[in-house]
Design a protein around this ligand. Sequence first.
Ligand code: HPA
Length: 272
Amino acid sequence: MTKLKEQLQETTAFLKEKGIGDVDFGLILGSGLGELADEIEEPIAVPFSEVPHFSVSTVVGHAGQLVYGTLSGKKVLAMQGRFHYYEGHSMQVVTYPVRMMAALGIHSIVVTNAAGGVNKAFEPGNLMLITDHINFTGDNPLIGENEDEMGPRFPDMSQAYTKDYQEIARKIAAEQGISLKEGVYMGFSGPTYETPAEIHMARTIGADAVGMSTVAEVIVAAHSGLKVLGISCITNLAAGMQSSLNHEEVVETTQRVKEQFKQLIKSTLEEL
Ligand code: HPA
């Protein structure tokens, strides 16, 4: 057995002992967006630090725990916080939670993040349906020997973000009067915010939003054959479009729009 498979067996055995077994949806909750996990019914919470082969998340605004239970009538396992490449974790560590979720038998993930708005029509506080991504991190979690049992050597990324899920999210947003933008998320390694020149490039090559997460997780989701719904919270205008950037503003904006964000995810989840 490969080392990854062995680790996953240990992790899933531990979670099953905690009562976390039957899961349909994985939720990955970004900076300031973790509160959605507080609405999970009959929750079982496990700090990342207790989960075998998990790393710890160090970012302000991330609680760093798994929360399992029922949300919108679905069995979900939420990551309140995530691992980032810029923390010094390898891409394999960043994406281990998605491997774990796949090993537990989920069929879909909902990925969320805070992102900078690149599209000139966006405003801080907008929610954006992710229709596609550009991996600009300079790395890829699938580099190395392929685990053929887990997925193909050359995964197709043509529909990494599931079209049907996008349709449902659009419909829910329209029904509930939530203005839902949509576009391409471009993932940078961070931890620096981008330069204005990099944002100019990002817009030129087709990005609508930029951030420091998500792309690696979605690559592993595609490799694992999982369906994906992605939602960004546009927390700020990207570099060069406003005077300066800081993490406090990112967290403040997520706090401002969290009710709408939670409502959109919960109502969409009901119909997935
Ligand atoms: N750039 C990168 N990551 C981000 C940003 C940004 O402007 N805002 C929130 N996360």
